[in-house]
Design a protein around this ligand. Structure first.
Ligand SMILES: Cc1ncc(COP(=O)(O)O)c(C=O)c1O
Length: 439
């Protein structure tokens, strides 16, 4: 096949269409750990890798009733194409959900999407040209980084600590990138119970970060799937509750109800909202009427706030099981202690590489996501994201015990081949851990 595209596409040249792919597909390279995850999904493996919600905690009978009511009372609407902006009633109900995080808005400015993932894609499509820059926390949500890359944009990471994104690092990044002549299109942030680090942006920093964004005319893309899933106290109010014109807010029912419905939304300043609807129509004509009507029926007839409370209880118990197991089995390491959400960010001794260690972990029947997945710049080798959302507390404990075996084995190997003598093994409990590495 004759080359029609001078840039390097993804895939391999046994594929007869190799040279025909668009240049942007170079960003769609399969992750190196993907093949391992196929193995990791076997039942004997404890997976601390994925972000799958505990849908078994849902009242499935009540959902079946909602589905039956939708088909009985609104079947012809549910089975038909709908509006590119989403079902009007659901958009009103979404306002009640967002009000729980301090957001006041008009249903007119809500655009329903096929999960918030799709909203991320649409916003990227509207704003990103090749070579543009997106600023994002380091580490950041893996699939957001993949989307930005698929639009040939560069992700630059802003440093974080246990209080979330560091304003000074944001200022430095903006100044440096602008001095280099780069165009910063938006700041992507997950302020509450961040994926993957589990940390939450403090109230003071929320104000400061919005101020920096405003001073520099940088749009903020606030992604908030986990804000309602706090364990004891709610996170500070959403960025969108403080600033309206400079923030696009993304929400989803994936974590507070179920990801199978694929219903999320964007709340955008008016002019952007108009373009989002057009982009939504160009992509999917309309988000699924069927799913939207079931979610709407569920919100109307089921005590969804009580269900969110139930989820909080489930995740709190699992988080506590994970922290207890880490204290028992890996006391010399450091980790973040999330106050909500799904994830703990573990920092390994600097001589271990989480990506290289993964095959051995899978062999020991435990899976995790290596830190490198969450950086666009190759960082994260000494980090692991541990998800506590899906496995039971018992399975979590087993998983962390297996992880300790893996880390000890790797440490022994490094020691054996190291010329500097004993490193202070994890089992000796005398390795002095640095604070959680979030940079
Ligand atoms: C930060 C973040 N954004 C977006 C998504 C995608 O969610 P949805 O199921 O609504 O597409 C996820 C899912 O894990 C996430 O963690």
């Amino acid at each position: 096949m004759k080359s029609q595209n001078p840039s390097q596409p993804s895939g391999n040249n046994l594929d007869p269409w190799y040279f025909n792919y668009a240049a942007r597909t170079a960003g769609l390279a399969a992750s190196e750990v993907r093949a391992l995850f196929a193995v990791a999904s076997r039942p004997e493996v404890v997976s601390l890798a994925g972000g799958m919600p505990a849908v078994s905690a849902l009242p499935q009978e009540l959902i079946i009733e909602s589905m039956n009511r939708v088909m009985r009372d609104q079947g012809s609407v549910a089975l038909q194409y709908g509006s590119g902006q989403g079902v009007p009633k659901l958009r009103e109900q979404i306002l009640d959900v967002m009000a729980m995080e301090g957001i006041k808005a008009s249903a007119d400015d809500v655009v329903v999407t096929t999960g918030s993932q799709h909203a991320l894609e649409l916003v990227s499509k509207l704003f990103l040209d090749p070579g543009d820059v997106v600023l994002a926390e380091g580490p950041s949500y893996v699939t957001a980084v993949v989307i930005f890359k698929s639009f040939q944009a560069q992700t630059h990471h802003v440093a974080m600590d246990e209080h979330g994104m560091i304003p000074e690092s944001l200022r430095e990044n903006i100044a440096r990138l602008r001095a280099e002549g780069k165009t910063i299109k938006f700041l992507y942030t997950i302020p509450s119970f961040q994926n993957p680090a589990g940390v939450t942006l403090s109230w003071e920093r929320r104000l400061e970060i919005l101020q920096i964004a405003k001073e520099n005319s940088i749009l903020v893309l606030e992604d908030n799937p986990y804000g309602l899933l706090h364990f004891d106290t709610p996170p500070p109010p959403a960025l969108r509750s403080i600033e309206q014109e400079g923030v696009i807010y993304l929400g989803t029912f994936s974590k507070t109800l179920a990801p199978g419905f694929r219903v999320g939304w964007a709340l955008a300043p008016h002019a952007i909202r108009e373009k989002l609807i057009l982009a939504n129509e160009a992509a999917v004509l309309s988000p699924s009427s069927f799913s939207q009507l079931i979610v709407s029926e569920y919100l109307d007839n089921i005590d969804w706030r009580a269900q969110v409370d139930r989820f909080r209880g489930v995740y709190k118990e699992r988080k506590e099981a994970m922290i207890e197991a880490l204290n028992d089995y890996l006391p010399s390491l450091s980790w973040t202690d999330p106050k909500g959400g799904f994830y703990v960010w573990l920092t390994l001794p600097p001589y271990l590489d989480s990506k290289q260690m993964l095959p051995r972990a899978v062999k020991e029947l435990v899976a995790y996501t290596p830190g490198t997945a969450f950086y666009a710049d190759g960082n994260g080798h000494s980090n692991i994201r541990l998800s506590f959302c899906y496995p039971t507390p018992e399975a979590i404990r087993t998983g962390i015990r297996r992880l300790q075996t893996v880390i000890s084995g790797e440490t022994d190997l490094v020691e054996t081949f190291s010329k500097t003598g004993p490193l202070g093994t994890v089992r000796d409990r005398n390795f002095s851990a640095p604070p959680p590495n979030l940079n």
